[in-house]
Structure formats: C-alpha cells, structure tokens
Design a protein around this ligand. Structure first.
Ligand SMILES: Nc1ncnc2c1ncn2[C@@H]1O[C@H](COP(=O)(O)OP(=O)(O)OP(=O)(O)O)[C@@H](O)[C@H]1O
Ligand SMILES: [Mg+2]
Length: 371
C-alpha cells in the first residue's frame, strides 16, 4: 500500500467549557491523506477544522489517538519537530520585511550561515517562480505573488492552510484558488486546506472531508460528495438542495416512488443494486440545476413537479426560481439564463411545471441521516 503523508487514528480532543462540562472538538477522527493530495476540510464554524489542523501540526494536546506524518509517529512531538508548516488567513507575511527576509525567517532563527541561507532562499523563490524578487516588500507584490512567497517559506512535505483566502474579494479569490491548485500540483506538496466555503472546496480539492460537530461526515471526491452525499447534513452543506424526506410507496425494476412527508410524489431511478424496499424511510435529493422547465417531452423518461412560483431571481448566468409545490414544500430550481422565453412565461403565469430525470435523483438512506 502507498504510504500516506498523514494518518490520524481515533484522534480525540475535548475542550473544557467555562460554564462547566466539555465540548468534543474532535471525536475519534480517522483520516488518511495521500502523498501529493489536495485535501480540503469543509464544515460550519466550530465544527473542528482548525483543531484538526492543530492536531497535525502539534499545537493542541490530544486526549487520545495517534498522529503519523510520513510514516512516523509524531503524537508526542512538539510542533517544531514535525515536518509541517501552516499558512493562515491572508498568508500573514511580515509586512515590514523584504520577500527574501520573509522566506529566510526560519533559517535566520535557526542561525543558518549567511551563504547557505541566501542559497536556500534563492532556491525556494525559484521553486515558486519568483526568482530575483528577494528585495521587494510584500506590498509591492500582487496577491498571487504574495501567495507564492508564503509557499516558498513553507517546508517541502506538508502544508496546512487555514482559510488563507477568506479575506479576499470574490474575483481575486477565484483567481487565487486556481493558482494555488496549480502551484500545489507543480510543487508536489501535500495540502490540507481549510475552508467553510463549499464552492471553494469543490473547486480546489482532490478530496473533500465534510465535518460537523467534531466528526467526519463524508470524505470523497468533490463530485461524489456533491452528487452522492451520504447524509442530509452533507447534502445541505455542499451546494443548494431540495430534500424530500418520505416513504417508499412503490418500487419496480425501473423506478422507486417516494411519498414525501409533505405530500409530494418523487420518482427516482432504481439503481442496479436494487435500492430501498417498499415501506422504507428515505430522503430524496434533487439539486436545483437538475430541474428543467417542462413543456416538451424530450424523449427521456422524465418526472414532474408542479409549483407555484414566488420569486424569480436573475443571477447573471442563471435564473433562480423559488416556489412551492402544491402541498406547500419549498423548492428551488436553477435554470440557465438562455431560457428567456420559458422564464417569461413562468413570470407571467406565476406557476411552473418542473421536469427532472429520475436517474438524477439521489436517495439518502434515512438511517444514515445526520441529526
Ligand atoms: N482553546 C479552546 N478552548 C475552548 N474551546 C475551544 C478552543 N479551541 C476551540 N474550541 C472549541 O472547539 C470547537 C471547534 O473549534 P475549531 O476552532 O476547531 O472550529 P473551526 O471549525 O475551525 O471553526 P471556524 O470555522 O469558526 O474557524 C468549537 O466549539 C470551539 O468553540
Ligand atoms: Mg477555524
């Protein structure tokens, strides 16, 4: 088996609460990060992302479990003896120091001889495509160049990044996401990247670990996490979702019919494995972009949902249609802006027939549903 760069085994951390009692920040976390992987930790505020990074870097004392980096047990080692660096929000370059001094900082502290230090700073800057910029101040660099300086400063094996892009505006942030991903692949460093922005997680990662309340809810590729969320928490947290909890009313070789608790009828394609039995409680997920506006039978086996339209919102590339099914369940549909005519009709009639392909409906086993 290929050795992982990071392995956590049953890593547990509780913090005492000022009002008494404790909060479980990490609940017996198992995690394997592959060499060269870009892994993102995604989850709401307080779910344990930073604590998990600290467990790896050594900045938190664990209550239990084992941390290995590059095959070595580092559980008892202090931070400075672990082959890890952390990059924080906005890269935290020292603004009053030149690029060369920022990159050489750790070497200066360690008392590395001048020639050796200069050689290594030069190499590090060359590695990230900034050769010759030693003398610049951070403010004289673009955001992308500052990002590269932060990476030049980092150790070669494993980099932990705690929401480094969160302070940036949207356009710059998107540009930096692509740049960071490209750099990671070029440099061959393993990244563990923290964000609470699901779009960012999907854009950047080889795999995404979705956390909630100190536990990993699901860890998989962005596509799997989005298309096949393991529970309703993941479905809600990653992307917009229409969730229909209900009971399987009928099932045959082709379709599973679900009567939702609100009174809607949802059809899902029966998966080759068989799918849930009649009478079983499940939750159906339909992503908003899976809906189209039904007027023509397009040859595919299609199912429909009639809604009363409450709002039509133009977002540039799409229209968001907010409405309710006849039993009163809220529904969001996203329709490409190219469908101008259909949208005009919907706005006039304040109602829509939404079509979806039963094959695009994902059924979540109620037993797996997070509380
Ligand atoms: N030093 C501490 N003392 C007490 N409680 C702490 C401490 N550090 C974290 N916690 C608690 O542990 C939980 C996890 O915190 P953590 O900082 O890991 O969350 P996070 O996912 O990084 O959140 P955010 O997205 O807001 O940064 C939270 O409930 C937090 O209040
Ligand atoms: Mg945090």
């Amino acid at each position: 088996m290929r050795q992982s760069i990071v392995r956590l085994e049953r890593v547990t951390k509780e913090f005492p609460l000022p009002e008494g009692g404790t909060i479980a920040a990490l609940k017996a976390i198992d995690l394997d990060v592959a060499r060269n992987e870009f892994l993102t930790l995604l989850g709401p505020s307080g779910c344990g992302k930073t604590t998990l990074l600290h467990a790896i870097s050594g900045f938190v004392e664990l209550d239990g479990g084992k941390v290995s980096i590059d095959g070595e047990d580092v559980t008892q080692r202090p931070p400075h003896r672990r082959p890890v660096n952390t990059v924080f929000q906005n890269y935290a370059l020292f603004p009053h120091m030149s690029v060369g001094d920022n990159v050489g900082y750790a070497l200066d502290i360690a008392g590395t001889a001048r020639d050796e230090r200069n050689r290594r700073v030069g190499e590090a800057l060359e590695r990230v495509g900034l050769a010759g910029l030693q003398g610049r101040q951070p403010r004289q660099l673009s955001g992308g160049q500052q990002q590269r300086v932060a990476l030049a400063r980092a150790s070669p094996k494993l980099l932990l990044l705690d929401e480094p892009l969160s302070a940036l505006d949207r356009n710059l942030r998107q540009a930096m996401q692509i740049e960071l991903k490209t750099l990671q692949a070029e440099l061959g460093i393993s990244f563990i990247f923290v964000t609470h922005d699901q779009e960012e997680a999907l854009t950047m990662s080889n795999r995404v670990a979705v956390l909630d309340k100190g536990s990993i809810q699901q860890i998989d590729t962005p596509r799997e996490v989005y298309n096949h969320p393991g529970n309703s928490f993941v479905a809600r947290f990653v992307g917009a979702s229409n969730l229909f909890p209900g009971t399987v009313r009928r099932r045959d070789a082709e379709v599973v019919e679900l009567a939702s608790s609100e009174g809607d009828l949802i059809r899902a394609a029966t998966k080759s494995g068989g799918g849930p039995a009649e009478g079983k409680t499940v939750t159906a997920l339909i992503r908003p972009e899976q809906f189209s506006i039904s007027d023509a039978a397009n040859g595919r086996r299609s199912a429909q949902l009639d809604i009363d339209v409450e709002q039509v919102v133009f977002t540039g590339s799409n229209f968001e249609i907010h409405g309710r099914t006849r039993p009163g369940k809220k529904v969001l549909a996203i329709i490409a802006a190219a469908h101008q005519e259909e949208i005009a009709r919907i706005e006039a009639s304040r109602s829509a027939r939404l079509a979806y392909d039963p094959a695009a409906v994902h059924l979540i086993d109620a037993a797996e549903t997070a509380s």
